[in-house]
Write a protein that binds this ligand. Structure first.
Ligand SMILES: C[S@@+](CC[C@H](N)C(=O)[O-])C[C@H]1O[C@@H](n2cnc3c(N)ncnc32)[C@H](O)[C@@H]1O
Length: 319
């Protein structure tokens, strides 16, 4: 089996939050190294089933071996697709409701550490950053063809980069001379654009711009919103959706979607009791996000920014 080392973050917390029923139907939207999938499968009985999505063929290939026993017993189905297609892919398999869904967002360690994938500012490689290697849009296209204004927008919004304009301007200057082809070239351009005093604080100077380009290449916030709307709709009463995020933009989006579904509606003034049909159809399992323990963070640096949010369905929809 090829090595595929990914240390799963919030493994037990995210799965415990699903309150698994042995005969239930579950979905892991982000199979990766199979950590969360395996934990769900351990708790499923012979009549339970798991559907595991990944848009990256390498994750699916790895788990053909890694989860071979569960594949052989027919308890797991792999779906090589973007989780934005959650409903369509499940419907195609005759499933219209499920008991729980987990997301563990972002890239896996093998994706990040494989220099050739172009995700990392620490390795020199072609600018790629596609999680789905069959997709059309690459980081190279974004960097070399997107207009200045679009670059500024993504650097501000997805990278929260203070020097967005300076970096976009430097990219424009360089690409007029020759295409920017590698992560190493882009790192040098970013370093040149960010003032020296600012380069000494806030981590690696290319970190925020690389995050922004990755989010844009994979449309990470767009597909998350689309998928979560489907997920809250697909779960049965008492079913739960558990989401682990690794950066604030994603966490804010999850928080906002869950809040919208679990908030009480505007009530007419003076209403003594809230009528049943006005009660929210969902509840937040914990008001504050669940975060990794100090021990988990000490053992795995990637865990330090993780946040877990969980929502539960209480009723069928009141329409
Ligand atoms: C952090 S890893 C998941 C790790 C996994 N929970 C484990 O324990 O090994 C995220 C995985 O989700 C996949 N992924 C990210 N966004 C996706 C999307 N929109 N659709 C499908 N898969 C996605 C990535 O390709 C990656 O393999």
């Amino acid at each position: 089996m090829a090595t595929f080392e990914h240390t799963t973050v919030l493994l037990h917390e995210a799965i415990a939050a699903l309150a698994i029923k042995p005969d239930g139907i579950y979905v892991d939207c982000t199979l990766g190294g199979g950590g969360h999938s395996r934990e769900i499968l351990k708790q499923l009985g012979p009549t339970g089933h798991l559907f595991s999505f990944d848009q990256d063929q390498t994750a699916i290939d790895y788990n053909q071996d890694n989860l071979a026993d569960y594949l052989a017993s027919g308890q797991v189905t792999f779906i090589k697709s973007n989780f934005a297609n959650l409903r369509t892919e499940l419907t195609a398999r005759g499933i219209d409701q499920v008991d729980g869904i987990v997301y563990d967002l972002g890239v896996s360690s093998p994706q990040f550490d494989n220099a050739a994938r172009g995700f990392s500012y620490q390795h020199d490689a072609p600018l790629d950053m596609r999680m789905d290697q069959s997709a059309d849009l690459t980081a190279q296209t974004v960097v070399n063809t997107w207009p200045y204004a679009d670059l500024v927008r993504i650097f501000y919004r997805y990278g929260e980069e203070k020097f967005s304009k300076q970096v976009a301007r430097a990219i424009e200057r360089h690409r007029e001379i020759a295409p920017i082809e590698t992560t190493g070239q882009l790192v040098d351009i970013i370093k040149e654009a960010i003032p020296a005093r600012a380069r000494r604080t806030g981590g690696h100077p290319a970190k925020r711009v690389f995050q922004a380009i990755r989010i844009a290449v994979n449309n990470e916030l767009g597909v998350l919103e689309t998928s979560l709307e489907q997920a809250v709709d697909l779960i049965n009463v008492h079913g739960r959706v558990s989401v682990i995020t690794f950066q604030s933009l994603e966490d804010r989006l999850v928080k906002a979607i869950f809040k919208e579904h679990s908030d009480l509606p505007e009530l007419p003034p003076g209403l003594p009791v809230i009528p049943a049909e006005m009660q929210p159809d969902y509840r937040l399992v914990s008001r504050k996000p669940i975060v990794p323990s100090a021990e988990e963070i000490a053992a795995n640096r990637r865990a330090r920014s993780a946040r877990l949010r969980v929502i539960e369905r209480l009723n069928e929809k009141h329409n």
